[in-house]
Design a protein. Structure first.
Length: 235
């Protein structure tokens, strides 16, 4: 009888472990691929610069009321959708192309350079293009193949290569492009046209409250709701 109950206990434990492992395996894994809007100190690679950070950090911004990671748009989305964070590969100030602020070469932090480092996601939420618009990067011509390094200094070929490479590197992942509000019309239109070309759902944010040019707590909440609604409509 003692052996029977021991075997039963082991069987129950194995079943519970199997269920837990299965549940974890079945969790939707989400990668956040972004710029400053998607950062939070301690939740991005240590080599990447954050914009959002807790109070007391050297990165904390006094002119923005987002102080906790739970207040970020991506945390709210993952939490409400009951997903699992695969990786947050976001870098403050990063551009899709290579043209950075002060005419600097941003190839090392560009979205194109970071494409290979998105983990093994089921979903990729890519919020990009803000800094390309703000730096004054020229759009150039639409180009969907045979890109060169010199093409990466122009937004259209750089954005097209990024989307193409994401789809090629992560063929089973669902990609969503998220466009910030209040960008230059030519950059917004570029992302919409290229996303449509590749058949990628593209969300244009609206009515996002901002402090210091970045979403506030209220802005993050609106951001998250718009993403959730959009994903549900475009599964």
């Amino acid at each position: 009888m003692k052996h029977f109950f021991s075997a039963l206990a082991i069987g129950v434990c194995m079943l519970a472990f199997s269920h837990s492992a299965s549940a974890q395996k079945d969790s939707v894994r989400v990668t956040i691929f972004g710029d400053s809007y998607s950062t939070f100190e301690g939740y991005i690679p240590s080599t990447h610069e954050p914009w959002y950070a807790p109070e007391g950090s050297k990165w904390h911004k006094k002119n923005n009321d987002v102080k906790q990671v739970e207040q970020t748009w991506w945390w709210q989305v993952i939490n409400q959708m009951k997903w699992k964070l695969e990786i947050n590969n976001s870098w403050s100030g990063s551009t899709v192309g290579y043209y950075g602020y002060r005419n600097e070469n941003y190839d090392y932090r560009s979205f194109n350079t970071r494409v290979p480092y998105l983990g093994e996601p089921d979903i990729i939420l890519c919020c990009c293009g803000t800094n390309d618009s703000w730096t004054g990067e020229l759009c150039g011509e639409y180009k969907y193949a045979n890109w060169t390094e010199s093409d990466m200094w122009y937004f259209r070929p750089a954005f097209a290569r990024m989307v193409s490479n994401i789809r090629q590197n992560y063929p089973t992942a669902k990609l969503y492009i998220i466009i910030n509000s209040e960008l230059k019309p030519e950059h917004t239109e570029t992302m919409q046209i290229i996303s449509k070309h590749y058949g990628v759902p593209c969300l244009l944010l609206h009515d996002i409250d901002k402090q210091g040019g970045h979403p506030s707590q209220a802005g993050m909440k609106a951001f998250a709701k718009q993403v959730i609604d959009f994903v549900k409509q475009n599964k």
